[in-house]
Design a protein around this ligand. Structure first.
Ligand SMILES: [Zn+2]
Length: 227
């Protein structure tokens, strides 16, 4: 079953890439609008996608992604099941999205941000934030749709407006916005936790006061007795 779908998805991806490398010729599918195919009337797209190593991964949690392996080769990862659930038009949007990650050099821009970071946890956090930021920049700048459909499930694409940010800014802009938002969230969390600690301390204080009153009372009683 897996082999069958992997073969089908590979065939579909390859045919798409051939179409893209032929400057949009062959996009005569019913659901691809002419303007959408026109975007690919440039050899550059074909050059990008033919150079990538295409790698199916049935466990990939998203449709497609760009990955760099240790020797510097860029891989185009894809989930064969999800590929087969997309319309031609939505598959072309996915190609455009991934191609723009490469054209915008998002990988080297991310590496620049991670250059001085040694903490593994922070590296993962920054990677995730940069990924969402790059997606916001691409989807907004390329006017990609708000969502696409895979089988009967709707997938919302990352758009700046989903996070309350302005449209058509660059990746680093969104990255800084997310960092700021994160810091604000952290401050708010700290505030809440300080408040909680303070409230927890309060009964202690009351208890201490009670104990000390008791002690005073006892001492008073004792001294009264002595008298
Ligand atoms: Zn992306």
């Amino acid at each position: 079953m897996d082999d069958d779908i992997i073969n089908k998805a590979y065939k579909r991806i390859s045919e798409f890439i051939i179409n893209i490398s032929m400057r949009g010729i062959g996009f005569n599918s019913n659901n691809i609008k002419k303007e959408q195919a026109e975007k690919f009337r440039c050899n550059l797209w074909g050059l990008i996608f033919t150079k990538l190593r295409k790698k199916p991964d049935i466990n990939l949690p998203f449709i497609m992604g760009i990955n760099v392996i240790k020797d510097g080769t860029i891989e185009l990862l894809y989930n064969p099941y999800m590929i087969m659930g997309l319309s031609d038009s939505d598959l072309l949007y996915v190609f455009e999205h991934e191609g723009l990650h490469i054209l915008n050099k998002h990988i080297s821009r991310l590496l620049r941000i991670l250059e001085n970071e040694l903490d593994e946890e922070k590296i993962e956090e920054k990677k995730a934030l940069f990924g969402i930021s790059a997606d916001c920049a691409i989807n907004s700048q390329a006017n990609l749709p708000k969502s696409i459909w895979c089988y009967d499930k709707e997938y919302t694409l990352c758009h700046p407006e989903n996070f309350g940010f302005n449209e058509k800014m660059n990746t680093e802009f969104y990255y800084l916005q997310f960092l700021k938002q994160k810091q604000l969230d952290k401050n708010e969390q700290q505030k809440q936790s300080n408040k909680k600690n303070e409230q927890q301390k309060q009964p202690d204080k009351n208890e201490q006061q009670k104990q000390s009153n008791k002690k005073n009372e006892q001492q008073k009683q004792q001294s009264d007795k002595k008298k």
